[in-house]
Design a protein around this ligand. Structure first.
Ligand code: ADP
Ligand code: TYD
Length: 206
């Protein structure tokens, strides 16, 4: 595949969306062909599924149903947005991908990691080249996320223990996939985190 696929991961409120956008803008300013996208969503069909996932009561779906909805959205996103861009040679920067399902549905919410891995292998024909995991204090990240009051707080509503479990899951993930995963300290100012990420990605792309 001629393009490069970069994903950003981390707990809610860790600064992923902020950093994904800053990274995309910086690479674009260097004259590179960059597509910025996100999950759940990133294609018209997947954005419709997103609303079913991020709004409403935390207990709305079982963990299993939730996994299937995330993969339905992901498959559409991959088919219609990510693969065409990579085939075209673009750098695709994606805010969350299968690692989020591995951690949220497969580890923190239920013990379903094997199910998530099996569905990924069956349905998703690619893996990220590089994954930036923004790590930070779970309570501080949750406070940031809730301060936004986006109306998309179904997962934030699961509370501090859930946020701590997701953080622990991400730290383990970084050990499981050391070649593609890079831990970034998200407890610092936005510009400091951005400079760190940009230096790392420029080195990886060189
Ligand atoms: P995520 O996508 O990981 O949920 P966001 O990028 O949406 O996180 O950031 C959540 C909130 O925290 C936003 O209001 C954002 O402006 C703020 N924020 C992001 N990064 C930082 C940072 N390094 N320090 C302080 N606030 C931040
Ligand atoms: P997102 O819009 O990235 O939220 P935030 O900016 O607050 O981090 O994602 C929405 C929610 O969906 C978020 O709480 C994480 C959750 N999620 C999963 O549980 N599993 C998944 O596979 C994905 C992609 C997201």
């Amino acid at each position: 595949m001629p393009g490069i696929f970069i994903t950003l991961e981390g707990i809610d409120g860790s600064g992923k969306s902020t950093q994904a956008r800053l990274l995309a803008d910086a690479l674009q300013a260097e004259g590179r062909d960059v597509i910025f996208t996100r999950e759940p969503g990133g294609s018209p069909g997947a954005e419709e599924i997103r609303r079913l996932l991020v709004e409403g009561d935390p207990g709305r779906w079982s963990a299993e149903t939730e996994i299937l909805l995330f993969f339905a959205a992901r498959r559409d996103h991959v088919e219609r947005t990510i693969l065409p861009a990579l085939e075209h040679g673009a750098i695709v920067i994606c805010d969350r991908f299968t690692d989020s399902t591995r951690i949220y549905q497969g580890t923190a919410r239920a013990d379903l990691r094997k199910t998530v891995d099996a569905l990924h292998d069956l349905m998703i024909p690619l893996n990220p080249d590089h994954t930036l995991i923004i790590d930070m204090d779970a309570d501080a990240a949750l406070a940031r996320g809730l301060a936004r009051k986006s109306g998309e707080d179904r997962f934030e509503d699961l509370g501090n223990d859930f946020a701590r479990a997701t953080r622990k899951g991400y730290l383990q993930l970084a050990q499981d996939y050391p070649d593609r995963c890079h831990l970034i300290d998200g407890n610092r100012a936005i510009e400091v985190v951005h400079a760190d990420i940009l230096t790392l990605i420029q080195r990886l792309l060189a």
